[in-house]
Structure formats: structure tokens, C-alpha cells
Design a protein around this ligand. Structure first.
Ligand code: NAP
Length: 251
């Protein structure tokens, strides 16, 4: 596991948007960001899940979050622009974005891969983070220390049979992160990196490996040190890196 002990006020007064905040790793990240002082913007497609996390954060006496119900499968350019305008009006800046929402699609040979599913996976896993990043960059540039984190996967670094669009989308995610990080190399107030969570106990993992006992893998809460490190000021000098939440390393 990546080793990092975050100070309690690591993200004090920061405004951080998390996609796919209603479940799995995104829910845990949003909760941990909030409990380290951030005001979190909870983006997801299932309103009840976002509301339940909202209540949990509010009941814990943490900074009041914001909810953005948005289906990244059907969102159009104007939805992203509207979101950016809303956040600008409410907060005037953004200090972090965790691109976490994603879908698995099918596990099947390329030969049989359903083209509609292929497009859907690419839309949610790649096109949505691109659109969000593009429309939110002006808000991120208003921050003195902004962190953008993409979510990768082991199959986004080395292709693996039957992982189809999911693997290809994660290669594209690594590419998007690298291109953007390089473009922002001389923009010291915005850094861009990726996290490979590694096998983690979520609905997606259970769907991908139905026969695997869930307790084989760490919970989302257990992989949070890297999510906190890369979002907070201690990672200020890190840009263009793809890091493993369950890998070795310390900070
Ligand atoms: P998960 O439990 O299935 O959660 C995925 C989240 O994405 C959910 O909150 C889901 O919302 C949201 N989402 C899916 N489609 C969406 C859409 N069209 N619009 C808006 N939100 C949408 O998955 P997870 O395991 O936490 O995965 C989180 C990230 O880690 C993904 O990018 C995944 O590829 C990556 N990852 C996971 C593992 C692992 O072992 N778990 C390993 C490597 C990489 P709903 O709850 O409303 O459906």
C-alpha cells in the first residue's frame, strides 16, 4: 500500500469535485476529502446515492457539500458548460478534480465486442473526463494549488485479452493525463496525475470477478492514502505521473 499520513486539515478550504461520488472508490474519496477539510462537489448519476453521502457529510459536521446529478453517458457540451458556470458562480474556483466515474463494459474478445457498448465505455471513461477537464480548466486556473487526478488501471498500461473497451479507455486516460500534464508543465498552480487503484472491493470488481471472494481485496477506504497525497499540497511537485494506490512508496 502507498504510505502517507495525511494531516487532519490537509484539504482545509479547498473545493474538490469527485465524479462517481455515490459509490465505490469515489464515495470513499469524497468522504475522505470532506473529512480532511474540503468542500466536496459530488457528481454522479444516481441522486439517492449522492444524497445519502451528502447527509453523512452534513451529519458529521463537515463543510456543506454540493450535489451535481449528471449522467456522463448522455451529457452534452452545454451540460458541461452549465456545470462550469454554476461552480464559478458558487465558488469562483476549483482546487481539485478526481475523475473517478467509470464503467467496465463487456469482457469479451474484440472479435465479438458490441460496438454500442464500446462507444458507451469510451464516452463515460474518456470523453467525459476530457469534456469536464476542458470546461473546468478556467476554474482550476483560479486556484493557487490545483490537482487533477485521473483514474487508470493495470489494463491501461499493458493490454489484456477480453478487457476490450475498458482497457483501451484506460490507455486513453493515461494518454490524456500525459498530454495535459505536458501542456501544463509551465503552469505550476495546476498538476495532473493518474491513480491506478489496483484490485479494490467494489461493485465493479465483483462484476468483473464474480467468483472471487470480496475480502480478497482491500476496501476503498484502505487505498485512500494516495488519493489524499495527490490531492493535497504535499504532492505539489508531482506532475504527469501514474501512481499505484496499492504499490510501494512513501511520502
Ligand atoms: P463502482 O463501484 O462501479 O463505481 C463507479 C462509480 O461511477 C459509481 O458511483 C457510478 O455511479 C459512477 N458512474 C458510472 N457510470 C456513470 C455515468 N454514466 N455517469 C455518472 N457516473 C457514473 O466502481 P469502482 O470500482 O469504485 O471504480 C472507480 C474507478 O476505479 C473506475 O474508474 C474504475 O475503472 C477504476 N478502477 C477500479 C478497480 C477496482 O478493482 N475496483 C481497479 C482499477 C481501476 P452509480 O453508482 O450511480 O452507478
Amino acid at each position: 500500500m502507498f504510505h502517507y499520513e495525511a494531516p487532519a486539515d490537509l484539504l482545509k478550504d479547498r473545493i474538490i469535485l469527485v465524479t462517481g461520488a455515490g459509490d465505490g472508490i469515489g464515495r470513499s474519496a469524497a468522504w475522505h476529502y470532506a473529512s480532511h477539510g474540503a468542500t466536496v462537489v459530488l457528481l454522479g448519476r444516481t441522486l439517492e446515492k449522492l444524497e445519502s453521502l451528502y447527509d453523512e457529510i452534513e451529519n458529521a459536521g463537515l463543510a456543506k457539500p454540493a450535489i451535481v446529478p449528471l449522467n456522463l453517458d448522455t451529457a452534452a457540451e452545454h451540460d458541461y458548460i452549465e456545470l462550469s458556470n454554476q461552480l464559478y458562480e458558487e465558488f469562483g474556483r476549483l482546487d481539485g478534480v478526481l475523475h473517478n466515474a467509470g464503467i467496465l463494459g463487456m469482457r469479451t474478445p474484440i472479435e465479438n465486442y458490441d460496438p454500442i457498448t464500446w462507444e458507451q465505455v469510451m464516452r463515460i471513461n474518456v470523453h467525459a473526463p476530457f469534456m469536464l477537464t476542458q470546461t473546468l480548466l478556467p476554474l482550476l486556473s483560479q486556484s493557487s494549488d490545483a490537482s487533477v487526478i485521473f483514474t487508470s488501471s493495470g489494463v491501461g498500461r499493458k493490454g489484456r485479452a477480453y478487457w476490450g473497451a475498458y482497457a483501451v479507455s484506460k490507455f486513453a486516460t493515461e494518454g490524456l493525463m500525459q498530454v495535459l500534464a505536458d501542456e501544463l508543465e509551465n503552469t505550476p498552480n495546476i498538476r495532473v496525475n493518474a491513480i491506478n487503484p489496483g484490485a479494490t472491493r467494489t461493485r465493479m470488481r465483483a462484476y468483473a470477478y464474480p467468483a472471487e471472494p470480496p475480502e480478497t481485496n482491500p476496501t476503498p477506504d484502505e487505498i485512500m492514502p494516495l488519493y489524499l497525497y495527490l490531492m493535497g499540497p504535499d504532492s505539489r511537485d508531482i506532475n504527469g505521473q501514474s501512481m499505484d494506490a496499492q504499490g510501494e512508496g512513501s511520502a
